[in-house]
Design a protein around this ligand. Structure first.
Ligand code: 5RP
Length: 292
């Protein structure tokens, strides 16, 4: 579309109208092949249609950040409570025992660190994902970044091409540059671009007006937690995101930097899968924390 003159903001999101029922618990995947559905069913619980993914891939750009200095000490005790683990191949192979038998969402792009240009990534070898028997691949997109938007969209496109050869779903991860507004307009654009380019899952942030973002995205959105919040606020964010149409969370810092990470991930799980209110979730958090 070369003509940007009459670009109108979307306004009819059909909130409250269920997306067409399709007989499969993962949005937008009813027409996918068996292998892809099988992998998606490992990530998204078929009973609830939701997921609690534990993200601890942060080290691939920022090294041993707070809470991830010793993944063997901080993350391994949380694994039993997560539905899916999002990490890099290095941590997977060196620290996570294969016997945990959890679905893996493999960070499948790499390139730069916090010391240089964030987001100048290339995708890694698809065969890695096959060798490690992963259930999904994650590729970051830098929508709106003049230097890396096209490159990161091309990365996603390529990853989806490769993933679909072997029925490995791809999660598009929306990275928000400092210059971007974290609002529904931006996330609506970024998440939809991920889906339009073939992502089977999209990772976004929660924002005001998120219901429109989720409604306009034809595949499931999982939300990142973002910077560490007080536990009650993080649980409120999870609750609101689910109520507004998110299919789960892919959360890192708000779990592993919590005052009680094991209690926090269990409380998040209960909010996402059982519909606990933020108050109930916080009570559960405090009870579990006190019991440890
Ligand atoms: C970075 C990521 C991170 O895994 C992500 O941001 C999740 O972690 P947090 O909940 O700490 O924000 O995808 O690209």
């Amino acid at each position: 579309m070369a003509d940007l003159d009459d670009l109108r903001e979307g306004a009819e999101f059909g909130l409250g109208i269920q997306a067409t029922p399709e007989g499969f618990h993962v949005k937008g995947a009813a027409h996918q092949p068996w292998g892809l559905k099988d992998r998606l069913s490992r990530v998204f619980n078929p009973k609830t249609g939701k997921t609690v993914m534990l993200a601890f891939d942060h080290g691939f750009i920022m090294g041993p950040t707070s809470g991830l200095e010793r993944i063997d000490l901080t993350i391994l005790p949380l694994i039993e409570y997560a539905d899916c683990l999002m990490c890099t191949r290095g941590i997977l192979q060196s620290v996570i025992p294969p016997t945990v038998n959890k679905p893996i969402c493999l960070r499948s792009d790499a390139g730069t660190s916090i010391l240089t240009e964030l987001n100048d990534n290339v995708i890694i070898d698809i065969e890695d994902a096959i060798r490690m028997n992963v259930s999904a691949m994650a590729v970051m997109l830098s929508i709106g970044d003049p230097a890396f938007e096209a490159k990161t969209i091309a990365n996603l496109y390529k990853a989806v091409d490769l993933g679909s050869r072997y029925n490995i779903p791809v999660m598009g991860v929306t990275a928000v540059g400092k210059q971007m507004a974290r609002d529904a307009r931006y996330f609506g654009l970024a998440t939809r671009i991920c889906a339009e380019n073939g992502a089977n899952i999209v990772k976004s942030y929660y924002c005001e007006g998120f219901a429109n973002v989720a409604a306009a995205c034809p595949v499931p959105i999982v939300i990142a937690g973002g910077k560490k919040l007080p536990e009650k606020e993080a649980l409120e964010m999870c609750y609101n995101a689910i109520n507004d149409g998110a299919a789960g969370v892919d959360m890192g810092r708000n779990v592993f930097q919590s005052t009680s990470p094991a209690a926090m991930i269990q409380a998040v799980h209960a909010v996402v899968h059982e519909g606990l209110t933020p108050d109930q979730g916080f009570e559960l958090f405090n009870d579990l924390k006190a019991a440890r």
